[in-house]
Design a protein around this ligand. Structure first.
Ligand code: ZN
Ligand code: MN
Length: 477
């Protein structure tokens, strides 16, 4: 039995978080009606003159910095020629000869330890439009035309799906914390193409390579790699299928990849400089300026959380994996809630709501001011935790105001010792058999009494006070 090695390189397209498009002032925002964000320039009308979006270049510089890349002193744009209806001018504006940066690296962590993934280059380019096929016709939506992207091209350094996933998660953290992109795979603002080949272990020759497109989640990427590498191995072993260099579409529902077209080489595109766009000088001063403005990275935040804030590594990892969760963390910290409480409320309570709803962390839509009010009520012992959890669900689903809700529904915590003593005295009187059991050493009976007391107060009692009174009264009974 021969042993095989998978060799993969990644091309990751990330939509830049600019307000406007790369070469015109149309909105770059996602979710508008078809062809609402279009002008003659981004629709590719003849004679249009592109004007480069400075913010897009700055985000490109930021992407270069966080990936340890060498920034090109003078960058320029090129035309990549091909015909497709979603690209009406017949070429894509991209960078071939002087991309924003080269030779970067990203460190990943897997079960095998740390590994450095090297990057060939990052280039800034425009997105294409979108075809919508329905009722036997094909329509074109040009909203996405000329939305700015960076394409991050890695060297063929990946040997397993685990490494690929670790890299994508790392890229997502680096870029989203730097404000380069929101990196939402489900909305297409982060897309990944996998170039894959298989060779006998120990060989230094690369096998025939196929490129897979159309994976829109990390788990789909994992499945696609698993399928495609097995297809290559089967082809090599049995010879029943001839491997050809081509682009393949991943169909996640079918769990298979399908041939799309022969993979073009760079020469097929007849790249040439776009003389409508002036080269741009990226000065050291400009780079330093961008560097100085970069927000706190996930790495630095993690160190701060596990260091001065005393948060566990596991919790800090969960929160710093998502820029959105991390923003919720910062918002709650700004309300002067102790860090440990903030973490528990996010990691235990908020995320358990999310698993129920089966959404990604990025979709958590919560009013942080109101959540802070809720946590403050618990910390001031105005309501107990059980009540608070119910209110959290309502805050999440129905956007209620916790303070008003507690008042209107009379949910304030009962910690009045006199009232609780009266309830417990009655319970002891009504359940002599259980009291005897407790005295005979059955500790579980204690929980039974706690439950009964909580029920009598409609769940509003302070559980700690209940336990204290109960222990004392059962002892004396
Ligand atoms: Zn436009
Ligand atoms: Mn591209």
């Amino acid at each position: 039995m021969k042993e095989y090695e998978i060799v993969m390189g990644l091309e990751v397209h990330v939509e830049l978080a600019t307000n406007s498009k790369l070469f015109c002032s149309c909105s770059a925002k996602f979710g508008a009606d078809a062809n609402e964000h279009v002008c003659p320039a981004c629709a590719g009308m003849p004679g249009m003159l592109p004007i480069t979006n400075k913010n897009a270049v700055e985000l490109g510089i930021a992407a270069s910095i966080v990936t340890n890349s060498q920034i090109t002193p003078v960058i320029s744009f090129d035309k990549k020629n091909y015909f497709y209806p979603d690209l009406s001018c017949g070429y894509q504006i991209t960078q071939l000869y002087a991309p924003i940066c080269k030779n970067g690296w990203v460190e990943i962590e897997t079960s095998q330890g740390t590994k450095r993934i090297t990057l060939k280059q990052i280039h800034i380019e425009e997105d294409a439009g979108k075809l919508v096929h329905s009722h036997g016709v094909s329509l074109v939506d040009y909203n996405r035309c000329s939305v700015p992207l960076v394409e991050i091209v890695s060297n063929p350094d990946f040997r397993s799906a685990e490494e690929v996933i670790a890299y994508l998660e790392k890229l997502r953290a680096l870029l989203s914390f730097a404000g380069v992109s929101d990196c939402k795979m489900q909305e297409g603002s982060m897309r990944c193409d996998v170039n894959l080949s298989v060779r006998e272990k120990g060989s230094d020759k690369l096998g025939i390579r196929t490129e897979m497109k159309n994976m829109n989640s990390l788990s789909a990427i994992e499945r696609a790699i698993e399928y495609e590498s097995q297809r290559h191995i089967d082809a090599i072993e049995t010879g029943c299928e001839e491997l050809v260099q081509e682009t393949r579409r991943w169909d996640d529902a079918a769990g298979k990849s399908f041939s799309m077209r022969n993979k073009e080489n760079a020469t097929d595109y007849r790249y040439f400089p776009n003389c409508d766009i002036m080269p741009i000088v990226v000065s050291d001063e400009w780079i330093e300026n961008v560097k100085a403005k970069l927000p706190e990275s996930a790495h630095v935040k993690y160190a701060r959380m596990t260091g001065e804030l005393g948060i566990s590594e596991v919790d800090a990892k969960i929160i710093t994996k998502s820029k959105h969760l991390s923003d919720i963390f910062d918002a709650l910290m700004a309300h002067n809630i102790p860090a440990k409480d903030v973490v528990t409320w996010i990691v235990v309570e908020l995320l358990s709501l999310e698993t129920e709803e089966n959404k990604s962390y990025d979709d958590i839509d919560i009013d942080c001011d109101k959540l802070a009010d809720l946590i403050a009520m618990v910390n001031k012992k105005e309501i107990n935790r059980t009540v608070a959890k119910k209110i959290l669900t309502l805050l999440y689903t129905d956007k209620i105001d916790p303070v008003t809700y507690v008042k209107e529904n009379n949910l304030g915590m009962v910690s009045d010792t006199g009232a609780l003593e009266a309830i417990i005295a009655q319970l002891i009187a009504e359940n002599p058999a259980s009291v005897k059991e407790y005295k005979d050493g059955n500790a579980k009976v204690f929980t039974f009494f706690v439950g009964k007391t909580m029920k009598q107060t409609s769940g509003k009692a302070d559980p700690a006070v209940v336990r204290e009174i109960l222990a004392k009264m059962l002892e004396e009974a």
